[in-house]
Design a protein around this ligand. Structure first.
Ligand SMILES: NC(=O)c1ccc[n+]([C@@H]2O[C@H](COP(=O)([O-])OP(=O)(O)OC[C@H]3O[C@@H](n4cnc5c(N)ncnc54)[C@H](OP(=O)(O)O)[C@@H]3O)[C@@H](O)[C@H]2O)c1
Length: 331
């Protein structure tokens, strides 16, 4: 059993803890929160007994092996560094780090701690349905482009309209649409097609000076990929991967719950599954495969691919941000 510790006590941590329990491969033991009573409330609800309000003491404790980091984006870097130095295995929420300097420093540090693995929790690419899309793309004779959309109105935008600055809409905490739902669309594109030759981002700024929504264009040698994402409006558009006469239609580029393949003759085939369970179970299982058997050659290969993907996504996110003239204090 992998002993789990968590940072962050919001709904996403609850969802991850439930996914981890569903795999039967993790046991939640330790909870860190800025307030002990919050750690206790989360621990009581989820059966964790080791509670901390001191981050150094949490990381130094030997009560857990794997830490799930779901704090505001700009805090991931220092927390992950501390975790590596304490030989913890790390699952860090997306976006793992906010600029290339941080990513480079983490990769250098990881080289000094070969026993430590760091996974970016890009849940979409670990899903059964994403793997079905990948398999279909590999079979298609030619790709003519793609369009990925993930746009959901955030209740926290109401707070922005009321004059507040919630973390996810703040520059200080490295928020905004690209850093949030945009990450999934960037992961879709980079996992399926690799790194583009050129990329541009056209952000729509909101009162807190982050992007509330935006459109990015990724230019590949033979086709373009459009990314549409946002947190200040709802989109019901499908996402698509274009072949010649054939097309993959995805209900939602972040959730990937219903995928159809329209073949060259016009027949429609369901790909993958109609997904309706906890969307974090697949990634929790993928990470557990590696952590339970890190010396296995297939697991090492998978881990190296995810690590490289995380580095590439970080680079592309940073380039898109520069193109959109979005700067964070940590830059
Ligand atoms: N994979 C997904 O589907 C998904 C969905 C949502 C979010 N996320 C990712 O999860 C991460 C957390 O997002 P979120 O929306 O939950 O963030 P959040 O609500 O702003 O903060 C998450 C947790 O961090 C702690 N925190 C809040 N403000 C803080 C501050 N000023 N200083 C230190 N700690 C603070 C809080 O825990 P305590 O009060 O217990 O200290 C809080 O529960 C982000 O990286 C986001 O991208 C992923």
């Amino acid at each position: 059993m992998l002993k789990l510790g968590i940072i962050g006590t919001n709904w996403i941590t609850q969802q991850f803890v439930e996914a981890a329990a569903e795999t039967k491969r993790y046991e939640l033991v330790s909870v860190y929160s800025r307030k002990l009573e919050t750690a206790k409330a989360f621990g009581d609800k989820n059966g964790a007994t080791q509670l901390f309000d001191d981050l150094d003491a949490f990381m130094a404790s030997d009560t857990f092996d794997v830490v799930y980091i779901a704090s505001p984006n700009s805090l991931h870097f220092e927390q992950a560094k501390l975790a590596i130095q304490n030989h913890k295995q790390i699952i860090v929420e997306k976006p793992a780090f906010t600029n290339q300097r941080q990513m480079q420093e983490i990769q250098t540090l990881l080289a000094d701690y070969p026993d430590v693995h760091l996974f970016e929790a890009a849940r979409n690419i670990h899903s059964t349905n994403f793997k079905a899309i990948q398999a279909q793309v590999a079979k298609m004779t030619r790709i003519q482009g793609a369009s990925f959309t993930y746009m959901k109105y955030s209740s926290r935008y109401d707070a922005v309209l009321a004059g507040e600055t919630p973390n996810i809409f703040s520059l200080k905490f490295a928020g905004g649409a690209l850093q949030d739902l945009g990450v999934y669309t960037v992961y879709d594109a980079v996992t399926l097609f690799g790194m583009p030759e050129d990329a541009a981002y056209y952000p729509q700024l909101i009162g807190t000076q982050v992007d509330g929504k935006g459109t990015a264009m990724l230019r590949y040698p033979e086709f373009d990929v459009t990314l549409n994402f946002g947190k200040i409006a709802n989109s019901f558009s499908s996402s698509e991967v274009y072949g010649m006469k054939d097309t993959i239609v995805i209900d939602d580029a972040g959730e990937l719950t219903d995928i159809q393949y329209h073949d060259s003759e016009g027949a429609v085939h369901q790909l993958g599954i109609k997904a309706d369970g906890n969307p974090m179970v697949d990634e929790a299982n993928d990470f557990a495969d590696v952590l339970e058997n890190p010396k296995d050659a297939d697991n090492q290969k998978k881990y190296d691919q995810w690590r490289q993907l995380s580095v590439n996504v970080n680079k592309l996110l940073f380039n898109l941000r520069q193109s959109g003239k979005l700067e964070f204090p940590d830059d």
